[in-house]
Design a protein around this ligand. Structure first.
Ligand code: HEC
Length: 404
């Protein structure tokens, strides 16, 4: 592969100030202050001095391609897909994933790849056969390498993994991913003054480029009685994504079936959005409606928004956030009964890979106090990133390479 194909060049160069900016910005503890003060100044200065086009060429993909061919292709293959016949590859276990596969490539955020290339596979819970390149390349060169890797699949319709933010406790998540989530909720003095404990298991799976289906089964304990409560099935589609503006919008609908009492059914259509706020904060928001077909006036509209703070680029860590919800019932005569709640919470990256996470928070009703408070908890496993038990410890190498 001599020169970068024009199409690939366009993808990388078409997003100056975003892709590279994001990569540089997420490059480590320095990236954060550098970002806050630096990005605007840097963007302005560069824009004024050299012009947009010239800046785009500073993302030197030719150089990155050269670095890739000399330092990475032995294991990852000249096109991003490893060549099993190469001697260096035969001994690798696990084998590297196909970097030119658009699903895999789009799902992995550029910032995570930056970390893996800089610090090596081991500290990120991957195989230690993936060497660390912090001594071989500067941060800017690594960022260029990542920008180059992102061009390997060519043009595609998969939404970017950079917009896959932490799952909130109440806000509907806009991103699509493969995940299994165990959810639990404890409501103090809820219906009839009893404490209610709800436990649910949720399964989400991506299909094609922009679809996801979700299945959820919930069980409820009220007082001393436990019962299957609800079954939900849903489908979601990524309507729009824009990495430059760090924005993603998806829409979908869930269908909920009550499993006890007078078997009710409910449509729950929703819109959900994700938006980056600078580099250290993310915003997620959703609007959804509960629509019981037999009695629409019993439904409601629920708005929810969540801000997370990401103080570190390492996936393992504690990430605080706060969520606000507002629910308006359709009931005639009850239109001004807007119910507000606030949900301070913590998200915990448990595995080194960050593919197993937990979150816990307390939901406090601000005006309508039909319950005292609710404790929310979940444990989430993103199964596209490996088995549940993989990626917790420092990755170990089965082979010794010249790079170690
Ligand atoms: C000695 C072989 C070897 C070399 C050289 C090598 N890699 Fe890797 N790389 C691996 C292996 C093996 C993995 C998979 C680790 C795992 O899945 O546990 C990997 C994983 C990765 C990943 C993470 C993919 C993911 O799962 O998210 C990226 C990105 C990557 N390599 C980029 C590079 C780049 C860029 C270079 C060159 C600068 C490079 N690698 C050089 C072996 C190598």
């Amino acid at each position: 592969m001599g020169v970068l194909e024009p199409a690939a060049m366009k993808i990388a160069a078409g997003r100056p100030g975003t892709l590279l900016g994001k990569i540089l910005v997420r490059s480590g503890p320095h990236g954060f202050w550098w970002m806050r003060f630096g990005q605007t100044a840097f963007g302005l200065a560069v824009g004024l001095l050299t012009g947009f086009e010239a800046w785009a060429t500073r993302v030197d993909l030719q150089r990155a391609q050269h670095h890739y061919q000399t330092a990475c292709a032995v294991c990852h293959g000249p096109t991003g897909r490893y060549d099993p016949t190469l001697p260096g590859v035969k001994t690798l276990d696990p084998k590297p994933a196909d970097l030119s596969d658009p699903l895999f490539n789009s799902r992995e955020p550029a910032g995570d790849w930056f970390m893996v290339i800089k610090h090596g596979g081991a500290p990120m819970g991957f195989s230690a056969s993936m060497p660390a390149f912090r001594d071989a390349f500067t941060d800017a060169e690594i960022a260029e390498l990542v920008a180059y890797l992102k061009t390997l699949p060519g043009p595609h319709r998969y939404p970017p993994g950079e917009l896959n933010y932490f799952r909130p406790l109440r806000t509907k998540k806009a991103w699509l991913e493969d995940e299994v989530v165990l959810l639990s909720r404890f409501a103090r003095h809820d219906r009839n003054g009893d404490d209610v404990v709800t436990t649910a298991l949720e399964f989400g799976k991506r299909w094609l480029a922009r679809w996801q289906t979700e299945l959820k089964l919930a069980q409820e304990f009220e007082g001393a009685h436990g019962d299957w409560d609800e079954f939900e099935a849903g489908v979601k589609y990524a309507l729009y994504d824009n990495l430059e503006h760090t924005f993603l919008l998806s829409g979908g609908t869930d269908l909920a079936f009550a499993l006890r009492g007078d078997a009710r059914m409910e449509f729950i259509p929703y819109l959900a959005a994700a938006k980056g706020l600078g580099e250290a904060f993310t915003l997620q928001a959703s609007v959804k409606s509960h629509l019981p077909p037999e009695d629409a006036s019993a439904g409601d509209v629920e708005l929810a928004a969540m801000v997370h703070w990401l103080p570190t680029p390492w996936p393992r860590g504690i990430f605080p956030g706060v969520e606000l919800t507002a629910t308006a019932p359709f009931e005639p005569g009850n239109r001004d009964a807007l119910r507000w709640t606030v949900v301070p919470q913590l998200n915990f990256g448990l595995s080194r890979r960050g593919h197993v996470r937990a979150a816990a928070g307390v939901e406090v009703p601000l005006n309508d106090r039909t319950y005292d408070f609710r404790l929310h908890f979940y444990l989430l496993w993103d199964f596209a990133d490996g088995m549940f038990w993989e990626g917790w410890r420092r990755g170990r190498s089965l082979v010794h390479t010249e790079y170690e």
